[in-house]
Design a protein around this ligand. Structure first.
Ligand code: ADP
Length: 240
């Protein structure tokens, strides 16, 4: 399906540019990423894909060298938030914009505590609420049936694909509205990658997904909208 510009935008960029010091990395980007759709960004290494993700969760504000121009905004709980304002608070925003990386990065603790960790950081103290949100997150990532008998096991003992689904569950436990995925299947074998793809197809019914991928075939299978990044310029590709 081709996402029309008339769909509700979740992230909107208008003549947006980004520099690290004097080096311009993103150039005059204008694009809408629609709500509850999967937008994919392909393109060679070093073209600016991860930098664009770091704009979407305001991670760029942690980098003193980074400078932004133009407009970038995200709509959370119906309200637009400026992604270009370095001074705006980021903590709440980052709870609603999850991030999943190329290499699964479980914390050195049990499966249960990994998924519960963001809730603890967010100050959720009610044990029953924590238990039920962890279970629901693990169900959403199709892990629950596989691991419900060994929630106390160290998460690093899971397979690569299970670890990545666990990391997605850890992001989902805060009920994010947007999930940013930076090459989430690159470190996995084909079977595990297929499991993540199936999961993404399910998640996009109630979460906006932005997927950076090296694999055109993969994004053609999954994406509602595809962009190609080249030298910091973002071009729309037609989807089938
Ligand atoms: P991609 O994700 O497409 O591989 P990146 O967004 O990681 O590309 O990088 C885009 C360009 O920005 C590259 O030339 C990279 O070297 C540069 N870059 C990335 N991060 C930084 C940084 N923290 N400081 C300076 N330059 C950076």
């Amino acid at each position: 399906m081709t996402a029309a510009m008339t769909e509700t935008a979740k992230i909107r960029l208008a003549d947006f540019s980004f520099r690290y010091g004097k080096t311009e990395v993103l150039r005059h980007i204008s694009a809408d990423f629609p709500e509850n759709r999967l937008t994919a960004i392909i393109g060679p290494s070093g073209s600016g894909k991860s930098t664009l993700l770091s704009v979407c969760n305001r991670l760029w504000t942690e980098m003193p060298e980074a400078k932004v121009h133009g407009k970038a905004a995200i709509r959370l709980a119906g309200e637009w938030h400026d992604l270009c304002d370095r001074q705006a608070p980021s903590q709440q925003l980052r709870r609603k914009v999850g991030m999943v990386f190329q290499t699964p990065n479980p914390l050195p603790m049990s499966i249960f505590r990994n998924v519960a960790f963001p809730l603890k950081l967010a100050g959720v103290g009610d044990r029953e609420q924590i238990r039920s949100r962890v279970e629901s997150s693990l169900r959403r990532t199709l892990l629950w049936e596989e691991i419900k008998e060994r929630l106390d096991v160290d998460a690093r003992r899971l397979s690569g694909g299970q670890q990545q689904r666990l990391c997605i569950a850890r992001s989902l436990v805060l009920e994010p509205e947007v999930l940013l995925l930076d090459e989430p299947t690159s470190a996995l074998d084909r079977t595990a990658a297929a499991g993540i793809e199936e999961l993404l197809m399910r998640l996009k019914s109630d979460c906006t997904l932005v997927l950076v991928s090296h694999y055109l075939e993969q994004v053609e299978r999954l994406a509602d909208q595809i962009f190609e990044m080249s030298g910091g310029i973002l071009c729309s590709l037609e989807t089938g």
